[in-house]
Design a protein around this ligand. Structure first.
Ligand SMILES: Nc1ncnc2c1ncn2[C@@H]1O[C@H](COP(=O)(O)OP(=O)(O)OP(=O)(O)O)[C@@H](O)[C@H]1O
Ligand SMILES: [Mg+2]
Length: 432
């Protein structure tokens, strides 16, 4: 006889009067069916929800009260369970108990009636059928449990994976934020070296050529003049390079001035006319001045976004013109760069929307910078053009004295106030 783990599939026999219990158990045991003779109906009611294979109950043991007890046990079975009960009835006319059993068959569940005197073959066959059906129920139970277990495992694995992805994403975001900071520092250093190092050497060369020009005449003069022109050209190239790497205006006068300067120069270099609209809205209640500077990190991030966006307009859009709009609200700054070109290729747009990466590092870089500042970056693009929108929240402390108040004591160049606030380092990806 087939066995399942976690179940003994014993047949419980309740026949408290006469010798039925002994006879039934002898017949069944002889056929290799494990049997347990029980004393009360409560024992049978209990075995409905244990590992029992079936119950054989003598009709005379079933009072109305006991049928009710059994009925409630049967009703409490889980969905997979349909405990088989075999009732041994008396021969001839049916008794009130049998009538009741039959009438209440539905609530009692899986009941088989066998008339006494019982032939051993009939009993064995009925019990085996009942036990087999019970074994199939146990199989379903085990299958359901396995499935539940597998689902729990899957859910746990999924949760673990999600938290791992979250951790890795956070680590990557921190890394990329750090890389961008290092890159900004590097650009600032190279800009300074170009201006203060190479620029100074060239300035000295200019002076020497001027001196030589004042002291010579004849055929050497045109060569010296040409050399002077070449040096002038180099000086101007170095200045442009240096300013583009890190415009001193950004530190000295803030985003507005640096952005206007950059847009103007860009329009000249690229030949793309650019319309600008820079507006400020004072809160009017907290006394914030529109000339108050934004935090360093915010100004630099917005400036890099502007640079990248306009470079993209020039490189990719084929737009005849562009627009730059900058709006400063008391609690946020919004920068929009719009072109009227061919738009981003659909696959680049899809990739950017789903993974946050384009085909290069430009757009992804803006997005990371904005996230780093708890801001938001959106790209709207179709065949009529592209609009990039970068939004950065401004912390209450952003309201700092205007740059003019911190003009350096010795010199005309404005310097940063040492207590200028850095933008908050927020690693949470906002707008995701
Ligand atoms: N204004 C635009 N108009 C049309 N296509 C654009 C525009 N801006 C970006 N794209 C498209 O989106 C892609 C991704 O831009 P992204 O700035 O991220 O990278 P890139 O400019 O190719 O390289 P880089 O890393 O130097 O910035 C571009 O290769 C281009 O196909
Ligand atoms: Mg780019």
């Amino acid at each position: 006889m087939p066995r399942l783990p976690n179940t003994d599939c014993r047949v419980h026999v309740l026949a408290p009067f006469g010798k039925d219990a002994i006879l039934v158990s002898e017949v069944l045991e002889h056929s290799g069916i494990p049997v347990e003779v029980v004393e009360t109906a409560a024992d049978i009611a209990r075995c409905v929800n244990s590992g029992a294979g079936a119950a054989v109950v003598a009709e005379e043991a079933l009072s109305e009260e006991i049928i009710e007890l059994l009925g409630s046990s049967v009703a409490a079975q889980p969905a997979w369970s349909d405990f088989p009960i075999i009732v041994l009835t008396s021969g001839g006319a049916s008794t009130p108990s049998t009538e009741m059993m039959v009438r209440s068959r539905a609530p009692m569940g899986n009941i088989t009636l066998i008339e006494r005197p019982v032939r051993p073959a009939t009993l064995i066959s009925s019990v085996l059928t009942a036990v087999r059906s019970r074994l199939r129920q146990f199989e379903i139970r085990d299958h359901l449990e396995e499935r539940k277990h597998a689902e729990e495992e899957l859910r746990r694995a999924h949760d673990e994976l999600e938290s791992l992805v979250e951790k890795r994403t956070l680590a990557l975001r921190r890394l990329s934020a750090r890389l961008m900071r290092v890159q900004d520092e590097e650009r600032r250093r190279i800009a300074r070296d170009l201006h203060d190092g190479l620029g100074q050497w060239l300035a000295a060369a200019q002076i020497n050529v001027d001196v030589a020009l004042s002291r010579t005449s004849g055929s050497v003069t045109p060569i010296l003049q040409e050399t002077r022109g070449i040096i002038d050209h180099a000086v101007s190239s170095i200045r442009t390079m240096s300013y583009l790497l890190h415009p001193p205006l950004l530190d000295e006068a803030g985003f507005d001035s640096a952005a206007r300067w950059f847009v103007e120069g860009f329009a000249k270099r690229s030949g793309i006319p650019i319309k600008t609209d820079f507006s400020h809205f004072d809160s009017g209640t907290d006394g914030k001045s529109k000339t108050a500077r934004m935090p360093d990190g915010v100004e630099l991030a917005l400036f890099r976004a502007l640079q990248e966006a306009l470079t993209n307009v020039h490189r990719h859009s084929a737009s005849p013109q562009a627009e730059v709009r900058f709006t400063r609200f008391p609690d946020r700054a919004v920068l929009e760069i719009q072109d009227f070109g061919r738009g981003l290729p659909q696959e680049v747009l899809d990739r950017f929307e789903h993974t946050g990466t384009g085909s290069g590092v430009g757009l992804a870089g803006i997005r990371e910078r904005m996230k780093e500042l708890a801001g938001d970056f959106t790209v709207l693009s179709d065949s009529k053009g592209t609009t990039l929108r970068a939004m950065v929240p401004l912390p209450a402390e952003a309201s700092k004295p205007p740059a003019l108040e911190v003009i350096a004591r010795n010199g005309s160049q404005a310097q940063r106030s040492p207590e200028r606030q850095q933008a908050p380092m927020v690693t949470k990806a906002a707008g995701d």
